[in-house]
Design a protein around this ligand. Sequence first.
Ligand code: UT7
Length: 322
Amino acid sequence: MIYSRITGTGGYLPDKVLTNQDLEKIVDTTDQWIRERTGISKRHIAVEGQNTVDLAECAARRALASAGRDAQDIDLIIVATTTPDRVFPSTACLLQKRLDRHGCAAFDIQAVCTGFVYALSVADKFIRTGTAKCALVIGAETLSRVLDWTDRSTCVLFGDGAGAVVLEAGEEPGILSTHLHADGAYEHLLSVSGGVGQGYDSLKEGNGYVTMKGNEVFKMAVNTLGRIVDETLEANNMEQSDIDWLIPHQANIRIIQATAKKLKMSMDHVVVTVDEHGNTSGASVPLALDVAVRDGRIKRGETLLMEAFGGGFTWGSILLKF
Ligand code: UT7
């Protein structure tokens, strides 16, 4: 039996920091409102000329170094992103060129905030079927580029960043189970309504920016993530107490707390980065993983539950032995 296992992690955040106090000068908001309603105090923003592939490359190189691998060892590259640099080639192909790796499969996955969970799940299937042996899986976003900086209900929430893992074949798990879902019926609650397939004019007059009915998304996120926690535990015949660490998508501290409560888990065992990163969409889960691996909280052999919910709607979870 072939399993897949994370052998290295990496993360990257742009140097430029935007605090809540900075946002007070841009839109009608307060540090207090943002912290109380979301848990966010600051976020990192890519500067002009710094694009998703730049962030992805930094995170990827760090993950390769932590796995003790060279780019030539990689036989699959998947980048989860909703903010690709170009219409094409994919960000994964642009990254492949940067890494001077030629010939292996490389493609993007677009599942918004659930993107990394989707990408890691797909890479797991490639490895389990023997199609790949050493995959580079990245979540990378420059969400700041699709925000309306006059809309206080969205611009305070998001940030830019990238997180990466190296996933390798082995005889021991590794990834225990993956659970992916989507329901396109809710696209009106969270979307960017324009797109290049409708012609460039469709991106004008605000249609190129994120719009969200925040409160409705919030309620759906809490309920849906509660259900996927049950689904994941049941599929593995596990109890809440078997989970060592929850690595949630970082959209809102109150959503994270609700999922932790569902797991009867103390917040000491939940990795929280939303305060410092904001919501980095597809990058948030691998960034949180990398932070807690590097600061020594997450140790080899521990059981981790990753989960995410986002535009689409898409949602998913992954249970794994680190
Ligand atoms: O990652 C993808 C998934 N996304 C999410 O999971 C996000 C889910 N949603 C949320 O996190 C929360 O719904 C928000 C943080 C977006 C909003 O929090 P809320 O508690 O749901 O607030 P609300 O939308 O019900 O708005 C409450 C009030 C409104 O004013 P009125 O109508 O009560 O007078 C808003 O206009 O807060 C106002 N408001 C703000 N006030 C100050 C909205 N944004 C701001 C702001 N600063 N930035």
